[in-house]
Design a protein around this ligand. Structure first.
Ligand code: 9YT
Length: 141
């Protein structure tokens, strides 16, 4: 079992600030933990706009604080985001997140991030090399 408090990872290698300056991501679980996904506590800063395109990953995001909006650049649809709203990028959609206030987002990535990935020019993360046991669940173990 893994038990980890946010306070334990602040200021460590798992505490990643975007070069673009719009978010900080605290990575509570990474690929090496062997869960098959990574699990992050992310804050998107008030007044910012972040353009993303996770072409190599699936991401689900659950907002637990703040207010903003999500624009789906594939359809043009704009969705309000606030505490209790989830979105899942099941189609690798290009999107923009606008934060009116600080948005605290709990994020899950599949395949899992491995460490200190930051967005490239397209707002994507690189596809990691597959780990030997990634995603394998052995019920007999
Ligand atoms: C909501 C979102 O995608 N924010 C960008 C940072 C990313 N979630 C991460 O690496 O935690």
């Amino acid at each position: 079992m893994i038990v980890r408090a946010l306070s334990e990872i602040l200021g460590t290698e798992r505490d990643v600030a975007a070069r673009g300056g719009t978010w900080v991501s605290r990575r509570l679980l990474l690929r090496d933990e062997g869960m098959g996904f990574s699990f992050h506590d992310t804050t998107i800063f008030a007044g910012t706009e972040t353009r993303m395109w996770y072409r190599h990953h699936l991401e689900a995001v659950y907002c637990v604080a703040g207010e903003g909006e999500l624009e789906d650049l594939e359809t043009g649809a704009v969705h309000p985001i606030s505490d209790g709203t989830m979105y899942a990028l099941d189609g690798h959609e290009r999107h923009i997140l606008r934060a009116r206030t600080d948005l605290r987002m709990i994020c899950v990535f599949n395949p899992p991030l491995t460490g200190r990935e930051d967005h490239d020019a397209d707002g994507a993360y690189p596809l990691p090399e597959p780990a030997p046991t990634e995603g394998v669940c052995d019920a007999s173990a």
